[in-house]
Design a protein around this ligand. Structure first.
Ligand SMILES: O=C(O)CCC(=O)C(=O)O
Ligand SMILES: [Fe+2]
Length: 434
């Protein structure tokens, strides 16, 4: 997707500028500077000692990566650092004064990082992270859940089991059954490297009828015609998402409501999401003066029940998620619960306008972000997985089961994000099903 310069000033929006900064891979082994954004950078789970901090240890605060202001700098020579211990620099203090701490009902502390957006650092323990890593791969990728690869390959139903026990198994691409010119997505010549998100759509909220109407225009996504067979080992590195619950159609940006019921949402994940939403004192989040005061938070503690979700798989060094707003759910304010596993990442969290500078947030393994109220209309994206930041509890142990070993092999180069949403507010009666 080409970036969209602001036509009035011929400049990129503040969101796009930040995105470009963190995505930059112009010089191999030179990370984009975190310092450039240190006045607004949020990193709430970082260990007290910088020596214990995977982000610092990986060199993300290294002065060798400075200055970044002039990307065409020619005097930085990565080969000079070959074999030399890189100067990791000193991690600066980060201001938290514009963040509001909020005591959760279960005794934890959350932080309001943007209106309606609460970050709960270290929400999942190490063993819970390992558990959800395993579920993400061994359970959430099973049929009937659609996978990003399902359109393009004749996927075996047990992709992860094969990855565990027989990774050299060959998977064939799907063959087109109709000419490319007749397909909606004939422009897609390869498996999409990132999710296809249309940047230009204004922030509007669509209703049930509109979603059903959009669905009817959907003729199915066509498999790419340029794909070759791949081994399971190769293919799993291209897996970008698994869909849970109601099925989202990326090309129409709407849920497929042709089914009577959604695919059952994983009960354990639903329970965790419900529990965290119930632990938030919402009256404090939406205290008077906030424009989302009247967003219906009063019942969330009782009736929040996710019925759809996306599990995002990001390969470090490769995958990113461009700035977007998730606005396909019928209640535009209900919480979206997002869990991070594996490598740390930069999440850019903006406002409803791409012109406002976003806050870069380091999302670490175990962190939970809840987006709700007007925060659901905030642009956000993941321009960078922070290379070298896998926490040590993901290291393989002799006592691990075979599937856990495979899950750890997968996460050794990846970040996983599980995000859960609720499409239908409680009591919603679908007009076409009455
Ligand atoms: O990976 C993340 O942290 C964010 C994912 C996200 O925004 C989405 O799936 O809509
Ligand atoms: Fe999102």
């Amino acid at each position: 997707m080409p970036s969209v310069p602001d036509v009035t000033t011929n400049q990129f929006t503040a969101f796009r500028q930040a995105e470009k900064h963190f995505k930059n891979r112009a010089v191999k082994d030179k990370y984009p500077s975190l310092r450039k954004y240190q006045e607004s950078l949020v990193d709430l789970s970082r260990p007290e000692q910088q020596e214990d901090d995977v982000v610092w240890k990986a060199g993300w605060w290294s002065p060798d990566h400075e200055p970044d202001a002039c990307p065409n700098r020619t005097d930085w020579k990565p080969w000079l650092f070959k074999g030399k211990e890189k100067d990791k620099g000193t991690r600066p203090d980060l201001p938290t004064s514009d963040l509001k701490p909020i005591q959760l009902n279960d005794g934890r502390t959350g932080w309001i990082v943007a209106p309606g957006c609460i970050l709960i650092p270290r929400f999942l323990s190490c063993s819970e992270q390992l558990h959800f890593l395993h579920s993400s791969l061994a359970e959430y990728t099973l049929p009937p859940n659609p996978l990003s690869l399902s359109t393009h390959y004749d996927l075996p139903s047990n992709l992860f089991e094969l990855y565990t026990h027989d990774p050299d198994t060959v998977v064939q691409p799907k063959h087109r059954t109709f000419p490319a010119s007749q397909t909606r997505s004939s422009a897609t010549s390869d498996v999409p490297k990132s999710r296809t998100l249309i940047e230009t759509e204004p922030a509007s909220i669509i209703g049930y009828d509109e979603i059903v109407a959009r669905n009817k225009t959907w003729t199915g996504d066509a498999p790419s015609d340029k794909l070759k067979e791949k081994t399971v080992d190769q293919l799993i590195l291209e897996l970008r998402w698994a869909n849970l619950g109601w099925v989202y159609q990326w090309s129409t940006k709407s849920y497929d409501f042709s089914r009577e019921e959604p695919i059952p949402f994983p009960p354990e994940l639903a329970a965790v999401c419900h529990q965290v939403v119930a632990s938030v004192p919402w009256h404090r989040v939406f205290s008077e003066g906030d424009d989302s005061y009247a967003c219906g938070w009063e019942n969330w503690a009782e009736d929040y029940a996710p019925d759809t979700g996306i599990v995002n798989f990001y390969q470090a060094r490769k995958d990113t998620l461009m700035g977007h707003v998730d606005r396909s759910e019928l209640d535009p304010a209900r919480p979206l619960v997002s869990l991070s596993l594996g490598y740390s990442a930069i999440l850019l969290l903006g406002s409803a306008s791409r012109h406002d500078p976003p806050k870069p947030i380091i999302m670490r393994s175990g962190d939970c972000l809840i987006m709700s109220g007007s925060g659901r209309q905030a642009y956000h994206g993941v321009p960078r997985i922070l290379e070298g930041t896998l926490p040590s509890h993901f290291a393989m142990q002799d006592r691990d089961s075979e599937t856990m070993k495979a899950a750890k092999r997968f996460i050794s180069s990846a970040r996983i994000n599980i995000n859960a949403r609720q499409v239908f507010p409680p009591g919603f009666v679908r007009p076409d099903r009455e």
